[in-house]
Structure formats: C-alpha cells, structure tokens
Design a protein around this ligand. Sequence first.
Ligand SMILES: [Zn+2]
Ligand SMILES: [Zn+2]
Length: 166
Amino acid sequence: MQNTVKQLQARLPAITFVDGTRFYWSPKAQSIYMNSAALGTDEGKWALLHEAAHAQQNHLTYTSDQELLSLEVEAWHEAQKLGSDLGITIDSDHIQDCLDSYRDWLYARSTCPDCTLNGLQIKPDTYQCLNCRRLWQVSSSRFCRPYRMQLKDKKTPSEVAHTVFN
Ligand SMILES: [Zn+2]
Ligand SMILES: [Zn+2]
C-alpha cells in the first residue's frame, strides 16, 4: 500500500480505502475511492488528502448547492492541515482551481435554460427562474466534481447542468 494511504488509514481506522478510477468520498459506504495509479503525482496525493478530509469531518449530505460548496471549502481547509501533519504541502492555486471549477458548475446549473438569468434552488434537484418562472431539474450534486483540467471534452454547460422538463 502506498505510504500516504497507510498513514491516512492509521488515522481513519473505520474508513475503507478502495482502489478505483476516480477520487471520491462515499458517506454511505464510509469509503474513500482512489486512483492508486495517480498517487505517485502531487495532484493524486492532494486529491487523496481532500477525500480523507471529507471522511474525517464525516461530511454526509447537503440540501443545496451552496451548502455543498461550503463543505468543499471546508474539506480543502482540513486537507491542508492533514497534509502539513504528513509533510505534504497542497498548492493553493490548485485548491482555487478546484473550487473555481465547482463554482462554474454550480453557476451553470443555476442558469435558466430559457432566459439565462440566475434561478433559485427551490429543492435539492429543482431550480426555478424568478424572471420567467421556468422550472428545471438538475442531477443530484455530489462531492468532488472533476477538476477543471479533466474537463477538456466536456459538453456545453447547459447539457451538463440541465435535465430539462418538457
Ligand atoms: Zn428564465
Ligand atoms: Zn470534495
């Protein structure tokens, strides 16, 4: 097992570390999924620390996109503390890039498909435009959207963000 994983496992004995293709925290499975092949890179180690911070804070659910964003900010803050205990410094530009990609994604979700004004989140999966009254549904949000540099082949923000009611 990779050294950083071992150190984190010792700090979080109740959490299962699972090898996979992406980094994310599953509160339901109390598991951290990680891409072991990426752990040799700085970005991979930072991603692992970030997920460990979610696990340590036991981030469970959130009822709005804004709440999710604030949990992401908190997770990066805690990841920096964890990292300094383990001798790993997380680049603050990287953190800002990750949070910016979240903000972009949340902004796209909240944009009215008809008149492009910003809507109000009336339920976890539903927004309403206060201007034209249009309702639209969004996929349930989750921790850890892909980072910006992995979004090269992304669809238009509208395709990603909207499951439109017909
Ligand atoms: Zn509208
Ligand atoms: Zn996260």
